[in-house]
Design a protein around this ligand. Structure first.
Ligand code: IVH
Length: 684
């Protein structure tokens, strides 16, 4: 009797969890809060533990857990998993070749009606066959050689977007085919976690080359617990065996209708999937998706066109292992091989030193690439990129091209490992790497020529000191012509120097001189902000001015005194101190004052204590509402120190979703672990 009611409750819970899971993972429209889902999930887990005989292959609890395998079992596909022919012409008009072939093979006259197609995305992941029997996911297999694949059911169950159970109108046998892939953000987060693990000395860990590789690795991972830490997604685009209409199965007539039905059964089908009439629509689709490609949250390497009518598909048939009714139409590849001609170190706007590989020009992801970032010292060392190396470059989405890996065995003899310079390659100031930071920065500030142009534009912008009419082009000309070495030179420019610049009319030069004159009377917050001290934004500049009242007090304040300012945390305090410790930055300030830049000063404001002063935090994983930077800012503004790694000195670890090694370390050391809500409570 007790078992009967347990069985009923188990059934109820599974149904609810299937529904909520689908709403959350597929529709992006959750009906209940996460906590409610978790509560039901735990109730089900407990009931199943107490009644192991009631476990079932479609239970949502099987999405977590599972056994470490020795190897994968081979699976013979009931219906072969075919591959697809690739159109070699990558121009949009290449679609005409496919339409032309289809029309010829169907024997259509030139004036016959256009053929109807379905245009889809070509996802860059790996093909999977999902077999459902009586509505329950029984087996998931990789494509393998098309005839025989591998049973990866355990890992595939962990993909929340894949239904474990189908609605009652699904046929008794249904095989759904589609692509398992990893989103670009999940890929970036995974690699970030991997880098963290490597930095903490974890053995046998590596970063992944691209999302497809990471997805394939996760699917073919023998330990389901590891597979689960690498979040995967799924899109359905086809099917294999299916109960025939004569035996009560669905009577599909078109590919499109089938996809819509799969969607109604809970499978994700990409929103871009469209009906297309004739070659013109295919061309337009290729063009449109080509433009959207960089904005998609996942990699695609092309689009796929399929004849919509299943009867026509049958008529067209196959050549070897490729159907005549489908074609893949690619976009420029996102990865290419090239060689490293040099490794430069570039100095960015904020003084950040970035090692950049200078490449033999190569066409990647639709553009010719000659530079690829190596990110920072650790990355460059880890990838061990050396001059002369043959490397894989990747450019996907809007991100800057990066060197993915070096081809071993192609290294030239005598190639030296890369070392990061300890002085700024542009101005010779010290380059320093702060604790817990990955980057080196030039400490030269306004003195550094590489930063000068940005520094001047920053100073001259409306929200800073405001020099009307001093824009991008003009500043570039001034810096290139070497008539401005430091900020104060702006005020020493005469009409003669200005009119000597290319395309500078007398009248414009007069306007600039007048604007410069006007800019001399400003306010302390505007001036402070205009100096472009790292981490000192407008709000911080205002607080500093309010707190200290006078510029000299700020310039001479110790870090401890700076920390008293609300809005100033340890990183900001150090940054201000470092800036004013550079004699050339003080010189710049003195000269600006000497040139007549003035503001009103006031008395220092009364002090307010900071609630989290003296506490050290570490943030890890993805927080539900705040970015890590936002969380860090808030903590620092409340006086806390935010460190990069967990140690005995850490007071709190703020852990979000997919917290990795830091969480483990915190637990080992007995450091208090809180979530975002806990952090916000402390801040309040
Ligand atoms: S259809 C009979 N549609 O591309 C046609 N494949 O060789 C079977 N792929 O490994 C494939 N997106 O994993 C089809 N919308 C899509 C696809 C797609 C990606 C992959 C598939 C297969 C390869 C085709």
């Amino acid at each position: 009797m007790a078992t009967h009611s347990a069985a009923a409750r188990i059934g109820e819970l599974r149904t609810l969890l299937h529904r909520y899971g689908h709403q959350y993972y597929v529709l992006d429209q959750p009906e209940v809060p996460d906590a409610e889902y978790d509560r039901l999930f735990r109730e089900l887990q407990a009931l199943e533990e107490a009644h192991p005989d009631l476990q079932s292959p479609d239970s949502p609890t099987l999405r977590v857990g599972g056994q470490v395998l020795d190897g994968f079992i081979k699976v013979r596909h009931q219906v072969a998993m075919l591959s697809i022919r690739t159109e070699t012409d990558i121009e949009a008009t290449g679609a005409q070749n496919f339409d032309g072939r289809v029309r010829r093979e169907l024997g259509l006259a030139a004036d016959a009606a256009p053929v109807e197609y379905v245009a889809e995305l070509k996802f860059d992941g790996l093909a999977i066959n999902l077999r459902y029997e009586n509505g329950v996911l029984m087996q998931a297999a990789t494509r393998g050689d098309g005839e025989i694949g591998e049973d990866v059911t355990q890992n595939i169950r962990g993909i929340n977007q894949i239904p474990l159970r189908l609605p009652a109108d699904a046929p008794p046998v249904l095989e759904v085919r589609g692509e398992v892939y990893m989103r670009r953000d999940a890929f970036a987060a995974l690699n970030e976690r991997q880098r963290e693990k490597i930095a903490l000395g974890a053995k046998g860990e590596k970063t992944f080359v691209n999302p497809r590789n990471a997805a394939a690795g996760a699917v073919r991972q023998l330990d389901p617990a590891i597979s689960r830490q690498r979040p995967l997604s799924f899109f359905a685009y086809g099917w294999g065996e299916i109960t025939p209409a004569e035996q009560g199965g669905p009577a599909f007539e078109t590919h499109y209708q089938t996809l819509l039905t799969l969607r109604s059964w809970g499978f994700p089908v990409a929103g871009q999937t469209s009906l297309a009439t004739g070659a013109d629509d295919l061309i337009a689709f290729h063009q449109r998706i080509g433009k959207e490609r960089d904005q998609l949250p996942y990699d695609i390497d092309g689009v796929v066109y399929k004849v919509n009518s299943l009867a026509l598909q049958k008529q067209l048939g196959f050549v070897t292992r490729e159907p005549r009714w489908a074609v893949a139409h690619k976009y420029p590849a996102q990865e290419q091989l090239t060689t490293v001609e040099a490794i430069d170190v570039q100095v960015g706007r904020t003084g950040k030193l970035t090692p950049v590989a200078k490449l033999a020009p190569v066409f990647v992801g639709g553009v010719t690439v000659t530079n690829a970032t190596l990110h920072n010292e650790d990355e460059a060392r880890r990838k061990d990129v050396r001059i002369g190396d043959t490397v894989i470059v990747r450019r996907a989405g809007d991100v800057i091209p990066e060197v993915v890996s070096v081809l071993p065995g192609k290294r030239l003899p005598g190639a030296e490992p890369f070392t990061m310079p300890r002085i700024c390659p542009v101005c010779g100031s010290a380059a320093v790497r702060e604790e817990g930071e990955a980057d080196y920065r030039c400490t030269g500030g306004l003195f550094c020529k590489a930063q000068r142009k940005e520094a001047i534009l920053h100073y001259a912008q409306r929200r800073a000191v405001e020099v009307e009419g001093l824009g991008d082009k003009l500043v570039e000309q001034m810096v290139d012509a070497n008539i401005i070495q430091t900020l104060p030179d702006l005020y020493k420019l005469g009409l003669t120097a200005l009119t000597a610049l290319d395309r500078m009319a007398q009248k414009s030069a007069q306007n600039i001189v007048a604007a410069l004159e006007k800019s001399k009377s400003t306010t302390l917050p505007r001036f402070l902000y205009g100096l472009g001290i790292r981490h000192v934004g407008e709000a911080t500049a205002k607080e500093l001015a309010r707190h200290f009242g006078k510029l000299d007090s700020i310039m001479d304040a110790t870090e401890a005194r700076l920390l008293e300012v609300s809005d100033v945390g340890p990183i900001v305090a150090t940054s201000i101190r470092t800036f004013f410790d550079q004699p050339h930055n003080r010189e710049v300030v003195e000269q600006l004052r000497a040139c007549g830049v003035t503001w009103e000063e006031s008395e220092p404001a009364a002090q307010t204590p900071k609630p989290l002063a003296g506490k050290t935090f570490v943030i890890t994983g993805t927080l539900p509402t705040l970015s890590r930077d936002e969380a860090k800012d808030r903590l620092e503004a409340a006086g806390a120190k935010v460190a990069g790694s967990v140690s005995k000195k850490t007071h709190y670890l703020v852990a979000g979703e997919e917290a990795g090694s830091k969480l483990v370390k915190a637990q080992e050391l007995g450091v208090a672990v809180i979530d975002e809500a806990g952090m916000l409570a402390l801040l309040a």
